[in-house]
Design a protein around this ligand. Structure first.
Ligand code: BTN
Length: 243
């Protein structure tokens, strides 16, 4: 899959641009919308996503996702997460960890976030994929630990060429998805997932407990084995993994 890149100096949110453009016909599926700055960048769970002007990769693209059942859409998140992990592994000699549902970590610090949003237009279903990857920013104003490629590598990187390398990795995984090679994606995902080999702390409402992730379904549910051996299933949003 090759993707045309359209760059804007500033947008409210690249995800909004794609979603609105799909509705009005102004956006062509698969094109990549990149913004130097977002005035209303959005993260998961209604959080804001802040990124300094021209420092990082903040982009979105949308594609038809109705070749997948509505209940299997999380495989897209797995494919995109794996693509980002493989891209980072090519660049940085450190372990890349995926944190369910949509975070990418290096040394226990978030380097990339993914925002997936379904959009229905005239009975056609699209997935809008938004990616915020910390490239050249070196200080962050978040209440969780954050890093960037520049902080990990000790040098600044060229935004355009990094985008092109990342899109290559994304294209490869989306091609696997479209040809039905789901097992490969699932294996790559699980092998990098936080909480599969070691017990991690999970938080549900205000209750914290230890568990291991034994399965991630493509409807986004995780199955967690608790210390007492019992199995529990949680939906994204109902439980959070601490890191
Ligand atoms: C998260 O980790 O909370 C998800 C962050 C996703 C941020 C990206 S930046 C490009 C795209 N446009 C947005 O408004 N959000 C996503």
């Amino acid at each position: 899959m090759t993707q045309k890149v359209i760059k804007f100096e500033s947008l409210d949110s690249t995800n909004n641009y794609v979603a609105k453009g799909l509705e009005t016909g102004q956006y062509k599926a698969n094109d990549v919308i990149l913004a130097g700055f977002q005035t209303e960048g959005r993260g998961q769970r209604g959080n804001i996503w802040q990124s300094e002007f021209d420092k990082n990769l903040t982009f979105s693209f949308g594609f038809r996702s109705d070749f997948l059942n509505l209940d299997d859409q999380f495989i897209i998140s797995k494919a995109i997460s794996v693509a980002i992990a493989k891209y980072l592994e090519n660049k940085i000699d450190k372990q890349v960890i995926l944190k369910w549902p949509n975070d990418v970590l290096i040394r226990n610090q978030k380097i990339c976030g993914i925002l997936l949003e379904t959009k229905l237009v005239e009975r056609k279903r699209y997935m809008v994929v938004g990616i915020g990857l910390n490239l050249n920013q070196t200080s962050f104003n978040t209440d969780y630990a954050v890093t960037s490629m520049c902080l990990e590598l000790g040098k600044a990187l060229d935004v355009d060429s990094e985008l092109s390398d990342l899109l290559n990795c994304i294209g490869t995984e989306i091609d696997l998805l479209k040809t039905g090679e789901i097992v490969k994606i699932e294996e790559s995902y699980l092998s990098r997932l936080l909480g599969t080999n070691n017990y991690v702390l999970l938080k549900r409402n205000d209750v914290i407990f230890k568990g291991k992730i034994v399965d991630v379904k493509n409807n986004s549910e995780i199955t967690v084995k608790k210390l007492d051996g019992s199995l529990n299933t949680f939906r994204a949003g109902d439980v959070r993994i601490s890191y």
